[in-house]
Design a protein around this ligand. Sequence first.
Ligand code: SAM
Length: 349
Amino acid sequence: MLQPSPTRTRQHAASRTAPTRYLSPLRYPGAKSKLTPLIGEMIRDARDRRALHGHVTLVEPFAGGASTTLRLLTDGVVDRAIIGDADPMLSAFWHEAASAPERLVERMSDEFDRYLAIGGDVAVARWDYWRAWQPELGVSPDETRATLAVKCLFLNRTTFSGILHGSAGPIGGRAQTSDYTIGCRYPVDGLAERIRWIGHLADTGRLILVHSGTWRETLDLGVEFVDDPQELVAYLDPPYIEKSDRLYATGFEGSGRAPDVWRGIGPHQALAGYLLTTAPFRWILSYDFHPELLANGLLYGRRRTIPTLDARAAGAGAWRIKNYTVALQHSASTQSSRRDVKELILTTL
Ligand SMILES: C[S@@+](CC[C@H](N)C(=O)[O-])C[C@H]1O[C@@H](n2cnc3c(N)ncnc32)[C@H](O)[C@@H]1O
């Protein structure tokens, strides 16, 4: 578990004003920032109805670019947040931004000055360097994490569509003959501001934990953290049912200790099994729309959750499952063109 340290010094005064445009420093395939206002409304309404109460903690176990968490924390819709991701590069990035933002800002700026600003072969060679870079034995965990964080940010901001792995190449192609060249999505000042804001959210006790691991581990940390599960709400944005292998470095692995009927029949069912039978807290789930999600009883083709006796004892109810479909336009595909997508939001709020 990675926990931002509350006691650290800053080399420079951190910005205290939230960056207004994009709160996440990461460009993320499938980023759900357009759904965030709706998610925020659901949480506000649940607070008014006292379906959620006290200081509300959000847990986002498939954090990716964490745009939803950052927005909801910044707007004060939730009081605290825990994020996690199974991709070690992403969790290293979030840990570093939360616990050592100035170090990350410095290294991020250095990458620009020494490579991207020069452009051409020099910049593409640096892109190849980061693609090939792997943690080395004998290097301290702190240094490894700091370097992984830079790798994550550099590749995310210089690779076509922000894709961190696979066959996607550098923006502008290897020849760099396009109008858009490798450094065009790497705004040093804007990135510095966004990274410092994450450090500030951690310093002020709002971003409380960054976990490197599976969704189940991150959710368990959320449950342990709160006194009452009604103070906890999860936002889950798992990898797509289709395409996820191409988009994310970490494909979706089943890791839920779900009841027998759900075990071994796919990661999406394992997640559904946990949310439907075991989770003692309310949740909001977003998916790229797939008809199977609402048709299959082992997914979300049911009206209510069916908590086990243990889950009931821990605070779960037979909560109604509401669903909403939302039309969005984004560039989650590996093609450059934007496309219309239908999102499904399921919630027990
Ligand atoms: C759809 S993306 C999340 C995007 C995010 N909502 C955003 O707006 O940027 C799914 C994320 O889940 C992560 N992931 C895949 N399998 C996981 C698992 N078993 N546990 C936790 N995270 C996982 C991937 O690394 C990826 O970052």
